[in-house]
Design a protein around this ligand. Structure first.
Ligand SMILES: [Zn+2]
Length: 416
């Protein structure tokens, strides 16, 4: 059987998306399926059953990552993996993560029904706790697998009710015995909705994801002087909140003036927080992102300079502390090329794109050749119950996923 004749069953993929969306389904049409809850257990049970029905061997590691393996012709090749996540945000949509796993299941079914034998084993992965909304941080299961976090750290994470990750994992019966990181990955592909507006706006079906942008988080503190709102003349004030307003404007202008840059002040707190007291101090958050680390260095420096200029000119002090950093990720050239060929042979309109959000693939890229495929979502909306992707785009994404996986499998076997 020629691999280019293999075609996924789009009706079946769509039916799976709609049927599993009922596990944790919300009144507004979204999903609430927080990691390691009973809803997560239910969808995991369903997932394992479907994989076993295809003859796959299902293995679970010590943090609950699930690996379903379909043997290939050669056992000396590490599996070509397809992975994403079945957990959702508290008010999540039907496609974030789920599309990647269910499209992977559809790929397995397609090769199974055709009796097609890959060279390397095929492996479908459901990563535990991608969302990070119940147990921070995000991408925990893939992070432990890639050696970014250790298992004890994962086990010690605590949710808002005080329950540990460890207890929750045991509670749903999904702690496996295989040590984390022991399952080899020859390469991994992750299909995901874009979670942004670019593909839809440009009427492209496939985003060829070349990497994940660098991200850094900061806390910024500005110290002025509290004083009476009525008796302090304007010229004699050290108002930390108005200084913050000027800084936020400058940060916004800086990012607008740089190609591909984004900057966000998402929280701000002024103290003492009284109607008739001039704010003496302000704390705010800052999120800076750019596809290139060097440009992010320049953005960081520009904010630092603006902070010192603005506070210095007003007789105040300012401090900026970096609290989290995630370097840029460049995906694997051979995997990217396989996606490009698959999209081209399917006749799909495509463009290169850099992911603005983090994904399991960003961590797996540290240990194996990895890339991602994006499909559009309506209005770029995600982490929202109204999140939506079309039947045709989901089908196109799954088809490109299948052909890219088989293409890479052939090239690996040919020693290319
Ligand atoms: Zn996701």
């Amino acid at each position: 059987m020629n691999r280019s004749n293999l075609a996924i069953n789009a009706d079946r993929l769509w039916a799976d998306l709609m049927q599993t969306a009922l596990i944790g389904g919300t009144a507004k049409g979204g999903i609430r399926r927080l990691t390691l809850t009973d809803e997560d257990r239910q969808v995991r049970d369903w997932f394992c059953g479907e994989c076993r029905a295809l003859g796959c061997e299902v293995t679970i590691d010590e943090v609950g990552n699930i690996f379903a393996v379909r043997p290939g012709l050669r056992s000396d090749l590490a599996p070509v993996a397809i992975g994403s996540h079945l957990d959702t945000q508290p008010t999540g949509g039907k496609f974030d993560g789920v599309l990647g796993v269910l499209a992977g299941l559809e790929c397995l079914r397609t090769v199974h029904e055709a009796g097609y034998r890959t060279n390397a084993p095929l492996m479908l992965v459901n990563w535990t706790n991608e969302e990070g909304s119940r147990f921070a941080p995000a991408m925990l299961g893939s992070g432990v697998h890639a050696g970014v976090f250790d298992r004890a750290y994962a086990d010690s994470r605590i949710d808002a009710e005080g329950q540990t990750f460890s207890a929750a994992l045991d509670g749903i019966g999904y702690r496996g015995s295989v040590p984390v990181g022991q399952i080899p990955i020859g390469a991994m592909f992750e299909l995901h909705i874009e979670q942004g507006p670019i593909l839809e706006a440009e009427e492209k079906t496939i985003g060829v994801v070349t990497g994940v942008q660098a991200m850094r988080w900061y806390d910024i503190e500005i110290e002025g002087r509290e004083s009476h709102a009525g008796s302090t003349p304007m010229a004699l004030r050290a108002d930390a909140l108005t200084a913050s307003a000027v800084l936020i404007q400058e940060i916004d202008a800086m990012a607008r003036g740089l190609h591909d840059a984004v900057a966000t002040v998402g929280t701000i707190a002024a103290r003492p927080g009284s109607r008739n007291v001039i704010p003496g101090s302000v704390t705010m958050s800052l999120d800076l992102r750019h596809p290139r680390d060097a440009d992010l260095d320049a953005m960081e420096q520009a904010v630092e300079t603006a902070l010192q200029d603005i506070t210095g000119a007003r007789g105040m002090s300012g401090a900026m502390t970096r609290i989290w950093t995630s370097p840029s990720v460049r995906f694997d050239e051979a995997c990217i090329a396989a996606v490009r060929r698959a999209a081209a042979s399917g006749g799909h309109a495509m463009r290169d794109i850099v992911s603005g959000a983090g994904h399991d693939a960003a961590y797996i890229a540290r240990i194996a050749p990895t890339t991602m495929i994006f499909v559009p979502c309506a209005g770029g909306l995600s982490h929202n119950e109204a999140e939506s992707a079309t039947y045709a785009d989901c089908a196109a994404g799954a088809e490109v996923l299948l052909q890219a996986v088989l293409d890479l499998d052939q090239r690996h076997a040919d020693g290319l």
